[in-house]
Write a protein that binds this ligand. Sequence first.
Ligand SMILES: N[C@@H](CCC(=O)N[C@@H](CS)C(=O)NCC(=O)O)C(=O)O
Length: 220
Amino acid sequence: MNESDDARTGRILWGVGTSRTIRPHWALHELGLTYEVKPILPRTGETLTEEYTALTARQKIPLLQDQGMVITESAAIIAYLSDAYANDQNRLVPTDARQRASCLEWCFFIISELDATSLYVMRRHRDLSEIYGEAPTANQAAADYFQKQMRTVERALSDGRPFILGDRFGAADILLSSCLTWAVRYQVPVSDLALAYNRTLTARDAYQKAEQRNTPVRKA
Ligand SMILES: N[C@@H](CCC(=O)N[C@@H](CS)C(=O)NCC(=O)O)C(=O)O
């Protein structure tokens, strides 16, 4: 598959280089879908252009354009792709109401407790401290909070299951893996059990391919 083949799919993913952008790249590869990448990065002005703002007034990545539809929010993009394109072998969000509820429970927990209220707080007051201010107490509290919230993850994984919901890979694994990789990068202590789980996930062929496409393009 070359780039012009990708462009013919009518599917464009905007955004590379972050823990949020890897998620839809990974889902697209798990589902075997082709797509064009617009390799824009945050904090470069590339999310603020007129063209991009016309797509999303939120001015955030990732964003998926698919057959005329525009959707933002990494977890919502994964759920949409699964609902629209998965088969019984590669479904990322179950269709059965109870299994779907368990999957979404983990997804919302990961997005709100591990991402937004822990890791993103640290991003604001570390990497983006010139905008949001230095806040060492908030950073330490966010790291402690992350570790506390991880207890339920560790409890679930302690029975030896390969994936967070049991024996089937899915959306919650993509989200959780991206947060674990992010936590390791920020030197937040992560248990051996969670690290081993994340190693299995990131060894997946779809992750490896997604990682390549999520890598920022070097400017000459
Ligand atoms: N909850 C959103 C978060 C998206 C988000 O905050 N993206 C950041 C990059 S990881 C961004 O686009 N920032 C734009 C900017 O600050 O220029 C998601 O999961 O998709």
